[in-house]
Ligand binder design. Sequence first.
Ligand code: SF4
Length: 360
Amino acid sequence: MQEIHPVGGIVDEGRLIADTLLVKQYLDRAVQPDAPSARERAEYRGAIMDLLERRNAMIVAHYYVDADLQELAEESGGFVGDSLEMARFGRDCAADVLIVAGVRFMGETAKILSPDKIVLMPTLEATCSLDVACPVDEFSRFCDAHPDHAVVVYANTSAAVKARADWVVTSSIAVDVVDHLAAEGRPVLWAPDRHLGAYIERVTGAEMLLWDAACIVHEEFKARGLQDLIQVYPDAAVLAHPESPYGVLELADFVGSTTQIIKAAKEFPNRRFIVATDQGIFRKLQMEAPAKEFIVAPTAGNGAECRSCASCPWMGLNSLPDMLESLKNGSNEVLVDKQLSRQAMVPLRRMLDFAANSRS
Ligand code: SF4
């Protein structure tokens, strides 16, 4: 059965149930790695450092992965950032090998932008609920049904979905790109995150059709619990990622991408913050604003069942032992079909050029 989504997209209940089951199957497979002891960690780190040098390899890591991997990326001259910054760094650095600590679409994007580099990942099992819930065949049918719309997809999608799009955007640049399209009078078809899509629609006033998927981490944040926490800490500013539900964004003092949240934490005069995004970001927040206090936004309100507790289970699959294994044996290499890669490169390059011109 189909019904019109209140924000302008289409909800297909059968598909939503199928997506939920699919995400659950992935999560059931995603056995979180054991935490190594301090001695083991030191050994892994030493061995990885050695291989990075021997293979002229760089670690490109997301803010949400384990703190050990983020530290190692920084100490070895690699990079930690959001997905737009990761894409740019991977493309521009002089390494022969990129080892991407994040989720699958980040590895694919790195390969598309750097076809001559070897792109490895600690695990290829690390996917994303948004990617899972946007299968290319179904998405293509949705696009075909609305040929007058500019197709804008979030970076959290497969290479095949990107190849079908006019634009790829990350959360740091999505509002600017849709604003630009709205100024040209073009209606937008957006996929896959419905909360981010609805947020962009509200901010820009653009005419948008929304795909109906959500991030299992951000969707867990609860407005009711957040209201209670604000009562406890009335001096705290609320920083929220736009993948969070509407009620949470309504209560936020600042809404932005991970990098924008870190910047806001430094610039806001508050000494205390409630943060609605993956807890992996707390390491960087604390580094950049050491005198400030950060509290994770509540994830388990009335009747909620917390599947993620503000910690992405797929990002959590990245581990030191798997990174070492991948660098040692070249396992988990990310490969993207050449034709698909060329097609996906068009909207990706459009995003990077737009970002370069707008300095996002
Ligand atoms: S935090 Fe959400 S959007 Fe990011 S990788 Fe995990 S499931 Fe996907």
